[in-house]
Design a protein around this ligand. Structure first.
Ligand code: HEM
Length: 257
């Protein structure tokens, strides 16, 4: 019974996919977009970039939902977060996902960077993708830093004070960075407005095109190391198919005789 339901469901799924494919070509396009050969050895480590992409997408989606209730002013920010946590439908869940996915994102992006480093994927001709990766890392760190102040509690407030203070010691640019981030002399309403604008508009708008460039460059060069093993495996597969075909042909000939 269960087997029949399963095969019927598969059949329906296949028919829907065929229908869509005939009219839009979406299945071929998705296959083209999603399939990327990776080296056989350590193949799972090549999923870390996609995991980073998944987490950052989750951040964008949950962030948009949080904006329905969050108010970026010093007298309402903390209260609006309290409201999200205690009153809004699924508020706790959505804020929880935003918070934990931000934490995992930092860990996963670090692991992705370590994988590309240790597999030597930063070498020619992939240097540009490494550079774009570093830019993405800095932008993501910027997201984490600016997001912390938005809840406007003691933790976020003092962490931002310390962070801005560290930035103020940068050579030459220190005073400009401090002034740009603070919007005044101390952390206050102008700082919250600026961090909000940077967290919600500036950095996501900057990250999106860099992710596009990152994925374009990946497609252009392919995963580092995949070409050797794949061409090797493909030629073995073609050879086996050729022999099977030959054997079938021979059998057919014998039967006719
Ligand atoms: C928002 C952050 C990032 C996203 C969404 C992202 C996404 C991806 C994806 C999906 C891939 C292909 C799958 C894989 O190899 O895991 C990839 C490859 C790559 N990434 Fe990232 N990445 C990010 C950050 C970084 C960082 C911080 C670096 C290093 C500084 C980096 C360097 C690379 C390199 C060099 C490749 C090519 C790998 C190869 O050819 O084997 N990426 N990235």
């Amino acid at each position: 019974m269960i087997g029949r339901i399963r095969s019927q469901t598969v059949e329906v799924g296949r028919n829907v996919a065929d229908w869509m494919e005939n009219r839009t070509g979406i299945v071929t396009a998705l296959e083209h977009f999603l399939y990327e050969p990776v080296p056989k050895r350590g193949a799972w480590l090549y999923t870390l970039g996609s995991a980073t992409l998944f987490l950052i997408t989750l951040q964008f989606l949950t962030g948009i939902l949080l904006l329905f209730y969050y108010v970026p002013t010093t007298d309402h920010a903390w209260n609006s977060v309290y409201y999200i946590m205690n009153e809004a439908y699924f508020g706790k869940l959505i804020r929880g996902i935003h918070y934990w996915s931000a934490n995992f994102l930092m860990a996963v992006i670090g692991m992705h960077m370590a994988r590309t480093f240790f597999s030597g994927a930063y070498k020619a001709p992939r240097e540009m993708n490494w550079i774009v990766g570093v830019i993405l890392l800095l932008l993501v760190i910027g997201l984490a830093f600016t997001g912390y102040l938005l809840r406007w509690d003691q933790d976020g407030f003092w962490a931002s004070v310390v962070g801005i203070k560290i930035g103020s010691y940068s050579p030459f640019l220190g005073p400009y960075i401090t002034h740009f981030l603070l919007g005044g002399d101390v952390v206050g309403p102008a700082t919250l407005s600026r961090f909000f604008a940077i967290h919600v508009w500036l950095l996501p708008a900057a990250i999106a095109p860099f992710i596009g460039i990152h994925l374009y460059l990946l497609r252009r060069h392919g995963e580092f190391g995949s070409e050797f093993e794949y061409s090797d495996r493909l030629s073995k597969l073609h050879e086996r198919r050729r022999q099977e075909e030959y054997a079938r042909h021979e059998e057919g000939g014998e039967e006719r005789e």
